[in-house]
Design a protein around this ligand. Structure first.
Ligand code: SAM
Length: 222
């Protein structure tokens, strides 16, 4: 067997194990999501010298002092959005592009926003090379959302905010869902918000989490 084929199979085994041991075992049940996490080559989203740790149960450092989130956290946040396939989704904090790739297979269109231009460029190139045609990567302060493509049926923020950024709520479609880590200091609480047709909102929390800071006008100032 060619070395490349053997390597590909080895990654498939690691992904299968990741889904079983880290994700299903912790209660994620969405069949479409589990399949997408089994199919998506997470190792292609980490720096070459980190590929060995791509499927470990932890966030992995990427360029510019940022991280690709822990697989379980990607799965939990995605499941909370309850995507059915027809949504427009805003992904705040493109990082490696992995979360955007997961969302792109579960929704119609993804707008992914990143404040560090080099990360945005690499992620966009990576997503294009993998054949994703329904993800647009933009460079901007995602704490203010991206009004150009609003409203969104779902918004996922992969960085910790001091409070729920109000512009993100304003850019949600009625019935839309927002998932964002909220809290001061090093840890946050995973917070899910749904806007209701009468304009009110329902907020739930889903336990502690640890993210790099959301830096911007409606996040941390530095
Ligand atoms: N979703 C990413 C992935 O799949 O690799 C991981 C995201 S990483 C935990 C957080 C990202 O948010 C970093 O790339 C960081 O530069 C970015 N970020 C922080 N503040 C931001 C802001 N205001 N707007 C856009 N991106 C921001």
């Amino acid at each position: 067997m060619a070395a490349k084929e053997a390597g590909t199979i080895a990654y498939e085994v690691l992904r299968d194990r990741m889904v079983q041991e880290q994700i299903e075992s912790r209660g994620i049940r969405d069949r479409r999501l589990l399949k997408v996490m089994r199919d998506t080559p997470r190792h292609a989203f980490v720096p070459d010298d980190r590929r060995d740790s791509a499927y470990w149960d932890m966030p992995v450092p990427i360029e510019h002092g940022q991280t690709i989130s822990q697989p379980y956290m990607v799965a939990l946040m995605t499941e909370l959005l309850r995507l059915t396939g027809d949504e427009t989704v805003l992904d705040v904090g493109t990082g490696s592009g992995y979360q955007a790739a997961i969302l792109a297979q579960l929704a119609r269109r993804v707008v992914s926003i990143e404040r560090i231009p080099e990360l945005a460029r690499t992620a966009a190139e990576r997503l294009a090379a993998l054949g994703f045609t329904n993800v647009e990567v933009v460079v901007a302060d995602g704490s203010a959302g991206w009004p150009e493509s609003a409203p969104y049926h779902a918004i996922l923020v992969a960085a910790g905010a001091p409070d729920i950024p109000e512009p993100l709520i304003a850019q949600l479609a009625p019935g839309g869902r927002l998932v964002v880590p909220v809290g001061s200091g090093g840890t946050q609480v995973l917070t899910a918000v749904q806007t209701l047709p009468d304009g009110t909102r329902m907020t739930e929390t889903h336990g502690p989490c640890v993210f790099v800071p959301l830096i911007g006008e409606h996040g941390w100032k530095h």
